[in-house]
Design a binder for this molecule. Structure first.
Ligand SMILES: [Zn+2]
Length: 273
């Protein structure tokens, strides 16, 4: 398993090789949201982010590897594990909860002690429906704490989503890439917005994944970024959709081969403008 500690160790290793490692903010349970940066802060910037859904923790390793292999001219900001509390819960179960009352609450939400399919954060909010983009109107939204799909009490109610949104506004990336792990497809656009469609199509073609609209999606990070900035936001869903989440880690070489040009392609486009 690629744990939170593995991600932190990778971040330290990359920092020793010249990357900038920093703390974006803190999770609900006080874990560092680790950020990485390489390149120049002058000119276009890109932001890649992973593991917002707990059970998709393998995408944190993919983010680190995409960051490591990137050699584009645009500055690259990376938040490999946007939901460390949820990822720890999916990997290590209830022992990862910081207090007994957290543990009892999470067990009651989950209805058992198998957290391997948990998507939410440390208090049953699904971070990828917690952003202010037609918040609470998504087709799968639920309105009480749960292992997945709960929108939260209000938009950006959670430390991790709030931190990521504020950080994104500070960085002002030309484009964002969110790595998820369900289905071998890329989602772009939101509502009436469809910025940089040709570029999105080129990226999708290079990956061999179809570019689709996520019908019924609302409150996602990508949704929010597109609606707020009218810039390109992509959700890259890696894997074939059938692979159990822990086994996804064994497919990372293949997935990396498919996706390693996403960030360089975006960089080349924005640097040439
Ligand atoms: Zn996901």
């Amino acid at each position: 398993m690629y744990s939170y500690e593995d991600m932190c160790a990778d971040a330290d290793r990359l920092a020793s090789k010249g990357a900038n490692r920093f703390v974006v903010g803190y999770s609900l349970f006080g874990r560092e949201l680790v950020g990485l940066f390489k390149g120049s802060t002058d000119g276009p910037q890109l932001l890649v982010q992973g593991a917002m859904h707990a059970r998709e923790w393998a995408t944190a390793e993919l983010c680190v590897r995409l960051f490591e292999s990137y050699d584009g001219a645009a500055g690259l900001w990376c938040v490999p594990m946007a939901n460390p509390d949820g990822a720890m819960l999916a990997q290590y179960g209830i022992d990862s909860a910081p207090t007994k009352s957290d543990a009892e609450y999470l067990l009651s939400l989950n209805g058992g002690d198998d957290f391997s399919l948990w998507k939410a954060n440390g208090r049953g909010v699904d971070l990828n429906v917690n952003f202010p983009a037609l918040w609470g109107t998504g087709a799968s939204n639920v309105f009480a704490p749960a292992p997945s799909d709960y929108v939260g009490e209000h938009p950006l109610s959670e430390p991790c989503s709030r931190t990521l949104a504020l950080f994104t506004l500070k960085v002002q990336p030309s484009a964002t890439v969110s790595i998820h792990a369900r289905g071998g497809v890329i989602y772009g656009g939101f509502g009436c917005y469809d910025p940089e469609k040709e570029l999105a199509e080129r990226v999708a073609e290079e990956c061999g994944y179809p570019l689709l609209r996520a019908e019924g999606s609302a409150g996602g990070y990508k949704d929010w970024f597109v609606a707020t900035t009218a810039r390109l936001g992509l959700t890259v869903e890696v894997g074939d959709g059938d692979t159990p989440y822990p086994q996804l880690q064994g497919e990372l070489d293949d997935i990396l081969a498919r996706t390693r040009n996403v960030l360089p392609t975006l960089s080349a486009h924005y640097v040439a403008q």
